[in-house]
Write a protein that binds this ligand. Structure first.
Ligand code: EPU
Length: 417
């Protein structure tokens, strides 16, 4: 299995280009199932999760070809309504096919994704919303079995603003008869991007990006060309790395509007940040200042940036409290960062981070995607050599991360064993 080896202490300098967003690309590629023509997607990141969704879509009958960052999908041959365990267990976002399969084939059999390293992650709200749209749902032998001769527009209230839940329901409701309102919908930019892509295909969705989304069902949708929005979490990860190493980095091809909470916290931590139209220039401070963080749904501070920010706080002056309110088990990185000398104690869903002058390189183990990124950041800042093991998580969600850090001057390499 590959590992990433870093020699820390180098200030990152230069420009890094941000790739297309994984969490926007996944639902947008899935939305191709809503048409029977050939859609074209550009700025699609080259990631393991994208390979997984392409494999799932082709298993369902879609034809897919890829060239560079362009993916073309023709779901005219959609004929299989079953998403098997072996594919879904590799990537939870596979559950996104449930809504489109119901809308197009009137039935779906999709493996329950189960929990993962960061929490139990149930899909009850996806299922309740689909039932509100008129689907009958049964759970049998680890599978969701859903049927609906006709989906009908409905008032859906989500107990929690679930991101993929909102996306699943938007896709199901797009071809339903009548109007659907999703209340307490998630507001993440990836949802707005999906709605924009679907409206380009002939759907009628209003209010995406707010907590109340209105979907007027249409009888059919057409193929379209869609460019994937930049990855705000990848951008935030590089911005944090620049601040952490006292570097001077221009993060380009990004969307500053999507990064407000991260920019705010980095500024409070002492980083100098200049915002341009599609780029952000970050200059790290001489001394990092501790700030408190509470993860929130968008536009609050993203849970997907919590681990990376914790590494920044681990070498800040003072004490910072980092509270995780989205997932119940997203602190697994702490024991690994502590092995590098960090002083962190956990109390309930909060981590109390007492800044230390320096982290020290060590062999560490990655537990999930964002934890992997945080350990690489720790390695870039630490004195000496760090080996991040089990990095397959990283390849699920960061395109060429070690190459991008290398271009910024980092001493980083991938080693295959
Ligand atoms: N939840 C429920 N019931 C549901 C759905 C969600 O209780 O039916 C709970 C979850 O257990 C969690 C909270 O609601 O406590 C929020 O979960 P959400 O459904 O919003 O998360 P998700 O859609 O499964 C997406 C991203 C995650 C990101 C979260 C939160 C994709 C493919 N995944 O997950 O991304 O952390 O939203 O912003 O969009 C990552 O990229 O590393 C990643 C984990």
């Amino acid at each position: 299995m590959d590992r990433i080896v870093t020699e820390g202490g180098i200030q990152l300098k230069g420009e890094v280009k941000i790739s297309g967003a994984k969490n926007a690309a996944l639902p947008i590629l899935v939305s191709s199932l809503l048409t029977d023509g050939r859609s074209t997607y550009s700025n699609v990141p080259d990631l393991k999760d994208i390979d997984s969704i392409k494999l799932l879509l082709s298993t369902l009958g879609a034809e897919i070809d890829t060239g560079g960052d362009v993916v073309r999908i023709d779901a005219g041959g959609l004929n299989n309504y079953k998403a098997p365990y072996d594919l879904v267990r590799k990537m939870r976002a596979s559950i996104l096919v449930l809504g489109p399969l119901l809308a197009r084939l009137k039935k779906a059999r999709v493996s329950l994704p189960g929990g993962c390293a960061i929490g139990a992650r149930p899909i009850n709200l996806h299922l309740k919303g689909l039932a509100d749209l008129g689907a009958s749902i049964e759970l049998k032998h680890g599978y969701v079995e859903a049927r609906a001769d006709k989906l009908k527009g409905a008032e859906i209230y989500l107990d929690l603003p679930t991101v993929t839940g909102t996306e699943n329901l938007m896709m199901a409701a797009a071809l339903a008869e009548g109007t659907t309102h999703i209340k307490n919908a998630a507001c993440e930019p990836e949802i707005e991007a999906l709605a924009h892509a679907m409206n380009g295909m002939g759907a009628d969705i209003q209010g995406a990006g707010t907590s109340c989304i209105k979907i007027n069902g249409v009888s059919s949708m057409n193929p379209a060309s869609v460019s994937i929005i930049p990855d705000r979490i990848e951008a935030g990860t590089f911005m944090t790395a620049a601040a952490l190493t006292g570097g001077d980095v221009r993060v380009s091809d990004c969307e500053p509007d999507h990064l407000g909470s991260v920019i705010n916290k980095l500024r409070l931590a002492g980083a100098k940040i200049k915002i341009n139209k599609k780029s952000i220039h970050v200059t790290g401070p001489d001394e990092i200042i501790s700030v408190d963080i509470k993860t929130r749904t968008y536009p609050g501070f993203p849970t997907d940036m919590q681990a990376q920010f914790m590494v920044l706080m681990s070498v800040a002056k003072g004490v910072s409290t980092i509270s995780e309110t989205i997932f119940e088990n997203r602190f697994i990185h702490i024991s690994e960062i502590k092995r590098m000398g960090a002083d962190i104690t956990v109390s309930g869903n909060s981590a109390i981070v007492k800044g230390v002058p320096m982290l020290f390189g060590a062999p560490v183990m990655a537990s999930d995607l964002r934890a992997s990124a945080s350990l690489i950041l720790a390695g870039l800042a630490a004195k000496g050599k760090t080996e991040v093991n089990r990095i397959y998580h990283l390849d699920r969600g960061y395109e060429s991360i070690e190459k991008k850090f290398k271009l910024l001057g980092a001493a980083i390499k991938r080693v295959s064993s």
